[in-house]
Design a protein around this ligand. Structure first.
Ligand SMILES: NC(=O)c1ccc[n+]([C@@H]2O[C@H](COP(=O)([O-])OP(=O)(O)OC[C@H]3O[C@@H](n4cnc5c(N)ncnc54)[C@H](O)[C@@H]3O)[C@@H](O)[C@H]2O)c1
Length: 298
């Protein structure tokens, strides 16, 4: 006898994450997939993939799993309307930990909440193609966790390691360290590249030299091997004083984290982010200039 298919309602099916995820989930044949999407463009993309759309209420009515791949600024509002309709025992899965961390998801003791996010491939790691993922069971049973891992493994395939964390640890990884901290550092590297090109260094030479040095510096700093020259040690220390704000670790304070999460979960900020920004008026992603906490590259 063939195994019963898992009834899966996927919200945001036609979005950037949703379209690829739904294609992969559908291809496994394991799911009775109900794609939920409201944007014309997203619906058209799904049609090209041979996938139809299902009205939200119908999709969740008897669902085993509900995935929210929704804009972060909309997810809490949609969850407030949809989660009360989710059958008892079902799993609600999100691709970002902010909504769970906010404590504002609808209270339902009889369902599971699971979060997963991709690590993206690190060019420092010489492993086969694929990416690691981080996962957290915010609420629910171990069976919910196993089901979430199975779905995340398809959505982010091909995957390598599955790291199990808490939602709080996921928040420290993103947005805090990988966006609020590392984002402005990356933007400063690009701004430095633009500056040397403006001063006459040929683009290809600047790119080859800078990216090679950034990779080598990370390689040494993370202990993969190699070493810094005495001169490099001295200049790294000096550059630290020029580039980093003295109190940059306040990015990890509870107040700042709360502010970062609020920014992500609401429509405030927009493309240029909120607060003073780090890299002046360059057009960088909102995540990169969140709050201007870390670097002072003006
Ligand atoms: N984009 C990435 O690289 C990436 C990577 C990892 C995780 N994520 C997470 O995935 C989630 C989705 O991000 P995205 O970049 O795919 O967003 P997106 O804006 O590209 O897609 C969201 C989709 O949701 C649809 N939508 C909005 N309201 C809806 C509703 N009421 N019912 C059904 N559909 C609705 C939109 O029309 C859109 O197609 C976010 O939580 C994000 O943090 C994104």
């Amino acid at each position: 006898m063939s195994k019963a298919k898992i009834r899966l309602a996927f919200f945001g099916a036609g979005g950037k994450m949703g379209r690829g995820a739904c294609k992969k989930l559908n291809a496994t044949g394991e799911f009775d997939l109900r794609c939920v999407e409201i944007a014309e463009e997203g619906i058209a993309v799904l049609r090209e993939l041979g996938l139809g759309v299902t009205p939200a209420e119908q999709a969740v009515a008897d669902a085993d799993v509900v995935v929210f791949a929704l804009p972060d600024a909309e997810v809490l509002g949609i969850a407030a309307a949809i989660v009360p309709q989710v059958p008892a025992g079902a799993l609600v899965m999100m691709l970002d930990p902010c909504a769970a961390f906010s404590g504002k998801l609808p209270k339902r003791d009889d369902i599971g909440y699971f979060v997963s996010h991709p690590c993206h491939h690190s060019f420092l790691e010489k492993r086969k193609p694929g990416q690691h993922i981080v996962t957290a069971l915010y609420q629910g049973a171990e069976t919910h966790y196993a089901q979430g891992v199975r779905i995340a493994s398809i959505v982010y395939a091909p995957i390598l390691d599955v790291h199990r964390l808490t939602v709080e640890q996921m928040i420290l990884l993103e947005p805090v360290v990988s966006e609020t901290v590392a984002g402005p550092c990356c933007a400063a590297i690009k701004a430095g590249y633009d500056e040397v090109v403006k001063r006459g260094v040929p683009e290809k030479a600047a790119f080859d030299f800078l990216l090679g040095h950034v990779t080598a510096t990370l390689w040494v700093m993370f202990g993969f091997g190699g070493f810094f020259s005495d001169g490099a040690h001295k200049i790294l220390k000096m550059g630290d004083g020029i580039m980093l704000k003295k109190d940059w670790k306040r990015a990890f304070s509870p107040e700042s984290i709360r502010e970062q999460i609020d920014l992500i979960l609401t429509h405030t900020g927009g493309e240029q982010g909120a607060g003073e920004g780090v890299i002046g008026d360059e057009s960088v992603d909102a995540a990169v200039i969140r709050g201007g906490i870390v670097a002072g590259a003006r």
